[in-house]
Design a protein around this ligand. Structure first.
Ligand code: SF4
Length: 438
């Protein structure tokens, strides 16, 4: 009888890809949703901000309560890497600790019941057997690990290291292999995607990569996540808009817009240039523009915050991700005088309200249009509705639309359909299938 594995992947999609690599190494195990019957439990943790750390620790402790006798509890990922000494001392519940360097050795670590922290951050390669769990048509593709930026609030470079890009050849081979298995939609990810290839001496590495991906038979749709303002070029923006494969999707976390704050945050690209880039993105036909902002960073004056609010209200982002500032050791903001927690929370709420209004306006603009969307299955909202995702949108973060009329077409999960958007109902769009396009 095969042994059973329960894996929980927390945090971002980059972590998810690493979890899928571990699943690939443990393909002999039967996956179970029930932790109490698992022989091995792995929690691939996130250590980005306070809330993520708390979630990681509580998940591990909950699973420890549920686990059966003689099972192995493994903690991997960013949190484990970042606090390795402390966690190994303070969490005897865990049998095996590993960080961000040993994903492809997870089978060995489990067999030998050894903890391990390789000094090198693991960089995916095309030969890693990876089991993609969430979808049978969409995959995340990791382009690089690490980051060369020095944002004041971010601890990621301290445990993920400097930018380390995969070769174009490795990435295109992986994508090509996935298309052989039916995958046709891809989201390209890294910490700072617009810097892709700079460590290998490529000036416009992202454009080079896109051109190579466009030539792979079977790639129907793709998008790039996480552009960084000062490394995003006008030619990158134009290339994305002109591509027949890449969606006109721009995800550029700005974190703030006020000049003074951008300096404090060590994102020295300035308000004017950031706005120029965003305007160029917005001017592209049917573009989708997403960003992230932080509320309550040290030294954020009321004027700076109001400037941010006004800009977000006026620009018309399709989506805004709002983070409450989290004070992280080993960052430059850590030793700055902090704003009171209630101000951070109040500002987070104000920004979240702006983000919601912005999203609703973006949805409203889609009513009456026809879009390509992929069917994901029955909706969890109602048994008579189907859930679909516009191919323009990224999975999970941008939401779903609901199909309430199939026009008697045969419906297949993973099929791409021309959908007419008929109305907005709260935070959802309703649509009618017109015809199948893939
Ligand atoms: S770009 Fe800034 S926020 Fe993003 S990973 Fe790099 S240092 Fe952190």
């Amino acid at each position: 009888m095969s042994k059973k594995l329960h894996l929980v992947s927390l945090g971002c999609t980059k972590n998810l890809v690493d979890s899928e690599v571990m699943l690939g190494r443990l393909a002999d195990y039967e996956i179970t949703d029930d932790a109490s019957e698992a022989d091995v439990i792995i929690v691939n943790t996130c250590g980005f901000i306070e809330a993520a750390k708390e979630e990681s620790i509580s998940t591990v402790l909950n699973l420890h309560q549920q686990r059966k006798e003689n099972s192995l509890l493994v903690m991997s990922g960013c949190l484990s890497e970042r606090y390795k000494e402390q966690l190994q001392k303070e969490m005897p519940e865990i049998d095996i600790f590993t960080g961000v360097g040993d994903y492809e050795r997870i089978d060995e670590l489990i067999a030998s019941k050894q903890s391990s922290f390789s000094p090198e951050v693991y960089l995916l390669n095309e030969n890693a057997p990876r089991i993609i769990t969430a979808s049978n048509y969409h995959a995340y593709i990791k382009m690089a690990e690490g980051c060369n930026q020095n944002c004041s609030f971010c601890a990621i470079p301290t445990f993920k290291g400097r930018l380390h890009s995969r070769t174009i050849d490795s990435i295109t081979k992986e994508v090509s292999n996935l298309t052989q298995n039916g995958y046709f939609d891809f989201s390209f990810i890294s910490q700072d995607s617009s810097s892709y290839g700079r460590d290998m001496g490529l000036k416009e590495g992202l454009i080079d990569l896109m051109e190579n991906v466009e030539m792979i038979p079977g790639v129907y749709s793709a998008r790039i996540l996480y552009l960084y303002p000062s490394t995003t070029t006008e030619s990158m923006i134009d290339k994305i808009a002109d591509s027949n494969i890449f969606q006109t999707y721009y995800d550029m976390p700005i974190q703030h817009i006020d000049d003074d704050m951008l300096k404090v945050m060590k994102r020295g690209f300035g308000e004017q240039k950031t706005i120029e880039l965003l305007n160029r993105m917005r001017s592209k036909k049917d573009s989708f523009v997403r960003t992230s902002v932080i509320a309550g960073h040290p030294q954020e004056s009321r004027e700076s915050f109001d400037r941010l609010c006004l800009f977000l209200e006026e620009f018309g982002f399709d989506r805004i991700n709002v983070f409450a500032y989290s004070n992280e050791e080993s960052t430059t903001a850590y030793n700055m005088p902090q704003l009171p927690q209630e101000i951070i929370e109040e500002r987070t709420q104000i920004l979240a309200d702006i983000a919601k209004t912005s999203m609703l306006l973006s949805l409203e603009k889609m009513v009456g249009k026809n879009i390509d969307a992929v069917i994901d299955g029955k909706s969890s909202e109602h048994e008579y509705l189907l859930s679909a995702r516009p191919l323009m949108w990224a999975p999970e973060i941008d939401g779903e639309i609901l199909i309430n009329d199939t026009n008697d077409l045969e419906v297949e999960v993973g099929g791409v359909y021309d959908v007419h958007i008929t109305e907005r109902a709260g935070e959802y769009l309703l649509g009618t299938l017109q015809k199948r396009v893939r």
